[in-house]
Design a protein around this ligand. Structure first.
Ligand SMILES: NCc1[nH]cc(CCC(=O)O)c1CC(=O)O
Length: 310
């Protein structure tokens, strides 16, 4: 039997989620041989610059996609929220497995709740989406830029001048750290998650039938449908990482309900639309269309024209 080679970033979270995914594949496909090849991406190397200013999240996938094209690897395990909404030609998402918790987790010194933080308290995040939503609800707080892997950020909360940080619950759960350190999980009304948050996207070559049939064994069609609505919205609205954008879909009784959100960076302008439907792509498009009619496009145009330096 063929041995499959899977590409993974080298961060602790990437390797952990790769190992967990491989374990699931092995459970469904006893005897299958899978080996991890670690790949260092630009996004991992550049740590001192705000990501949205140097090319955005695509930085985490480029080198991995090159390895797919060169057939050095058969598939790659990404956090879906790091995967651009349009894939390069010849590559596809071979499966979308079960979704982890999509919410954001709030972690503060002394376990003070978000709503109890004092005037001027400093919340560390490098996400425009998280910053804008916090400022919209709590304009008396300060947002300061923080970067690094999850463990680095947790350390910085202890050692630097932050009162709180926000991290994806999914990453914490996969590392097995969730319950112990989280002050509160933020519901989507307070903090709408990033598009694709909590889900994985498994990327492979579109013509590699052997890999596609292996991946099909761990596919979750509910997650696929929800994230399709989210990613269609992202594709139609944005194009860059300069814009605070969020979106989350849930399914019940075969109906998908999707909420999309666009904000100004300071949180003062807010466009939020919720729609339901059964066709995920049409639903994502419907919300994008409603946003554009509301005037959300103005925010996007302004932010996309802001110079990238400074
Ligand atoms: N932005 C980086 C990133 N990409 C994926 C996750 C983990 C959560 C997920 O799988 O959605 C994280 C960390 C975070 O946002 O706290």
């Amino acid at each position: 039997m063929k041995k499959f080679i899977v590409g993974s970033r080298r961060s602790q979270l990437a390797l952990t989620q790769s190992k967990q995914f491989i374990a699931k594949l092995k459970e469904k496909n006893p005897g299958v041989e899978i080996e991890i090849k670690e790949i260092v991406t630009k996004g991992d190397q550049i740590v001192n610059v705000q990501l949205s200013k140097v090319g955005g999240k695509g930085l985490f996938v480029k080198e991995i996609e090159a390895a797919l094209y060169n057939k050095e690897i058969d598939f790659a395990i990404h956090s879906l929220k790091d995967v651009p909404s349009v894939l390069p030609e010849g590559l596809t998402l071979g499966c979308i497995p079960d979704r982890e918790d999509a919410r954001d987790a709030f972690i503060s010194k002394g376990h003070v709740k978000l709503s109890d933080l004092k005037e001027g308290a400093i919340v560390g995040t490098s996400s425009l989406r998280r910053g804008a939503q916090i400022l919209n609800l709590y304009p008396h707080l300060n947002i300061e830029w923080i970067r690094g892997n999850i463990d680095t950020r947790l350390k910085k909360l202890e050692t630097e001048n932050f009162d709180a940080i926000i991290l994806a619950a999914a990453g914490l759960n996969r590392m097995g750290w969730g319950e112990d350190i989280v002050t509160e999980y933020l519901d989507p009304e307070t903090m709408l998650p990033a598009i694709g948050q909590g889900a994985l996207g498994i990327e492979c070559r579109i013509d590699d039938l052997e890999t596609l049939s292996l991946l099909a064994t761990v596919h979750n069609s509910e997650t696929e449908v929800c994230t399709q609505a989210e990613r269609e919205f992202l594709k139609l609205m944005d194009g860059s990482c300069q814009v605070p954008i969020a979106g989350h879909a849930v399914m019940s009784n075969d109906e998908i309900t999707f909420t999309g959100l666009i904000m100004s960076t300071d949180g003062k302008e807010k466009y939020k639309v919720t729609e339901s439907g059964t066709d995920p792509v049409a639903l994502g498009a419907k919300v994008a269309d409603a946003m554009q009619r509301n005037g959300a496009q103005k925010i996007i145009e302004t932010l996309n024209n802001t110079p990238k330096s400074n």
